[in-house]
Design a protein around this ligand. Structure first.
Ligand code: B16
Ligand code: MG
Length: 230
């Protein structure tokens, strides 16, 4: 049997760090006199730190000097890290650990493909780092999702053909990146936003062993889609 690579996004798939990003961005926005809502925070999911700050400044119609921009990014990250420091395994989203253990028990490989520069620290905090055969994060890529770079690098680090990889993602841009890499794309969240995915699940808790078996036995994206229609 061909070895498969299961590549996971971090925020929104393995843990819900969006709430911590929200608190830190909200404090930053308020200190600049910009109103910031949870709906706006949704638009920052999967978006890099620098692009997130650019969007918030656009919403508030504010321009900062390069120096001020850099210092705001640093303070946002410091506040975010103070929340991450408190994280533990209770924050792993339901279904994640069982899926990782089953994939490993079958001899397949596990990778991370995240935009976050704090991904390693978060995986350590929740006690999952040892389950990952490779970690590709915001420190390893130059092009943000929907560019497929992060997932192609993960496939390369796992020494697997991209066709043999399956991506789990909660952001539309991440699904587009997986599709561009010719990987099976599994959307985690709302079908309304993730309609480009090969399959959408409401959460990782919906993944069971038979679904993982189906993913393992599908030799390509098109084969998986055909199986899904049966
Ligand atoms: P950091 P993911 C993304 O994680 C988050 O969804 C996004 O909100 C955040 O801005 C980005 O990471 C960068 O995070 O500030 O920690 O480098 O969904 O790609 O795992
Ligand atoms: Mg995400």
């Amino acid at each position: 049997m061909t070895t498969k690579g299961f590549i996971f996004d971090l925020d929104g798939v393995i843990v819900d760090t969006a709430k911590y990003h929200f608190m830190a961005w909200n404090d930053l926005a308020n200190s600049l006199g910009i109103a910031f809502s949870e709906a706006q925070n949704e638009q920052l999911k999967g978006v890099s730190r620098v692009d997130s700050l650019k969007k918030i400044l656009d919403w508030g119609n504010i321009t900062l000097t390069d120096q001020e921009f850099a210092s705001r990014m640093t303070s946002k990250n410091q506040e975010y890290l103070s929340y991450i420091e408190q994280m533990n395994e209770s924050e792993i989203l339901p279904g994640v650990l069982n899926a990782l253990l089953y994939i490993q028990s079958k001899g397949h490989l596990i990778g991370l493909g995240s935009a976050s520069k704090n991904a390693r620290l978060i995986l350590e905090k929740v006690g999952l780092i040892s389950h990952f055969d490779c970690i590709i994060d915001g420190t390893d890529v130059t092009r943000a999702k929907p560019d497929p770079e992060v997932f192609l690098k993960a496939a390369g680090a796992l020494r697997l053909n991209p066709d043999h990889c399956i991506v789990f993602e909660d952001a539309a841009a991440g699904i587009q990146a997986a599709n561009a890499a010719n990987m099976i794309s599994i959307g985690i969240g709302n079908e309304e936003f993730l309609f480009e995915a090969d399959l959408v699940l409401s959460g990782m808790k919906e993944i069971d062993e038979s679904m993982i078996d189906t993913l393992v036995w599908s030799n390509s994206k098109s084969e998986f889609k055909k199986h899904k229609q049966l």
